[in-house]
Ligand binder design. Structure first.
Ligand SMILES: Nc1nc2c(ncn2[C@@H]2O[C@H](COP(=O)(O)OP(=O)(O)OP(=O)(O)O)[C@@H](O)[C@H]2O)c(=O)[nH]1
Length: 250
């Protein structure tokens, strides 16, 4: 559909897109939106037209290999804390809600934390269709998790909505001495696929708030596009706001 942030087609090495037929089904119209079927009139009928339901939350999914830090990123964003200590893998899928205020408007995110382990992949597949945005993570201290990004993108092409908002995150940048994936490599891959990119740390909190805020801004602008409002440019926003982990970027 040609959206700037639609899932990119990718280089020729990515197999051609085989869309999940159910993925193209339209989402149910929300009663508050224009064009939605009129809800049954309550009794007694109100003199004004009220919309009593709040908008449904925007669905954001965290995906990536097991151990890249998806749960920790979500906990850092939701509670401002870091889950140190022994690593407990997510079983199946879990979610947390968080309300953000974006440009004076409240945006409710429902954030799905998926299990990175292969054995739960079919569970994750079932949730892609309803996702409005995906945060795809790798671990900068784990080369395999970076190499697997292409496979994740192929899966996203297959199961997610074509216009899903996608962002690539290189997590654990606080572990400078264990880093094996350079920032430039992440940037290069993201550029190749046309997705915004940033490095994060669930441990230090670097860019965590920014990643979710950027997604929320993009989704809010898409859902509430006002006629004279300039188009929100996610790439430009991320480039402007992102903070580096090292000595030389601010
Ligand atoms: N140093 C550092 N460690 C992190 C960071 N984020 C997560 N970890 C550690 O990495 C391990 C895995 O983190 P999780 O958040 O559970 O990983 P996950 O991606 O949710 O894993 P699955 O649930 O198996 O998919 C834990 O031991 C965390 O403490 C980070 O930003 N920096």
């Amino acid at each position: 559909r040609g959206s700037e942030h639609a899932v990119p087609r990718g280089p020729p090495s990515v197999p051609p897109r085989r869309r999940n037929p159910s993925a193209s089904k339209p989402r149910a119209a929300h009663p508050c939106r224009a064009g939605a079927a009129a809800p049954a009139a309550p009794s007694p009928a109100p003199s004004k037209r009220w919309c009593l339901t709040s908008p449904p939350p925007l669905q954001v999914m965290l995906v990536g290999d097991s151990g890249v830090g998806k749960t920790c990123l979500l906990v850092r964003f939701k509670d401002g804390a870091f889950l140190a200590g022994s690593f407990i893998s997510t079983v199946g899928i879990d979610f947390r809600n968080k309300v953000l205020t974006v440009d004076g408007v409240k945006v409710k995110l429902q954030i799905w934390d998926t299990a990175g382990q292969e054995r739960f992949r079919s569970v994750t597949h079932a949730y892609y269709r309803d996702a409005h945005a995906l945060l795809l993570l790798y671990d900068v201290t784990n080369k395999a998790s970076f190499d697997n990004i292409q496979a994740w993108l192929t899966e996203i092409h297959e199961y997610a909505q074509q216009d899903v908002v996608l962002m690539l995150l290189g997590n654990k940048v606080d572990s400078a001495q264990d880093r094996v994936v350079k920032r430039e490599d992440g940037e290069k891959l993201a550029k190749e696929y046309g997705v915004p990119f940033m490095e994060t740390s669930a441990k230090s909190g670097l860019n965590v708030e920014l990643a979710f805020t950027a997604i929320a801004k993009e989704l809010k602008h898409r859902s509430m596009k006002l006629p004279n409002e300039p188009k929100f440019k996610l790439h430009d926003y991320v480039k402007k706001e992102v903070r580096g982990s090292g000595c030389c970027r601010s």
